[in-house]
Design a protein. Structure first.
Length: 191
């Protein structure tokens, strides 16, 4: 399975024209996993486009649109999630968190995340569900990035999830020791 994460800047002050153009033209033969607009950390004229399938030409398709002035794309492969191609459909908050990692640690980071999610997701205090944990496709350099996308029903759940169950905390702590830094973007799915 292949995925592409593209962050685009649209002409003008907002993303509207670029979003309409994406809807009209698509990124075939790839499909949209989701198109997201920013709440925090993303400019008002930016969109995050996550596509899946045959993503080799996604960057050129998006960057070549008249409504787009800049685009950056990272090609990705899923680790423990997602396990099937399916577009995101649920309203709510989607947080994209990039991890700076050594590629040699990716499998351990994925395993720690998988274990942590067993208790992180199943609590009464908040609603959260990791949607995907991706590794960078190009691993020729010793270091690179991983991408975690987590759905929350809203900002209150995101805030409450900062104190997950103790078993999740321990796995997240171990994962943290394997990362060199993170940056997160809060978004909403456009439907």
């Amino acid at each position: 399975m292949a995925y592409a994460f593209t962050r685009l800047s649209a002409r003008g002050r907002d993303y509207g024209a670029a979003y309409r153009a994406l809807q009209d033209t698509g990124v075939e033969p790839a499909g949209f996993w989701g198109v997201f607009h920013g709440l925090f950390g993303v400019a008002s004229n930016e969109l995050i486009v996550v596509s899946y399938g045959d993503v080799d030409n996604v960057h050129d398709a998006i960057a070549g649109m008249d409504e787009v002035v800049a685009a950056n794309t990272l090609l990705l492969e899923p680790t423990v999630r997602p396990t099937e191609y399916a577009p995101r459909t649920r309203e709510g908050l989607y947080v994209f968190r990039f991890f700076e990692v050594d590629h040699k640690d990716v499998d351990e980071i994925a395993a720690l995340s998988f274990e942590a999610w067993k208790t992180f997701e199943n609590v009464d205090q908040y609603q959260a569900e990791p949607q995907g944990l991706f590794r960078q496709q190009d691993t020729t350099a010793p270091t690179g990035r991983m991408l975690l996308c987590t759905w929350y029903d809203g900002l209150n759940s995101w805030q409450a999830s900062r104190t997950p169950p103790a078993t999740a905390i321990e796995n997240f702590r171990q994962r943290h020791t394997l990362t060199k830094g993170t940056v997160a973007y809060a978004t909403r799915l456009l439907t």
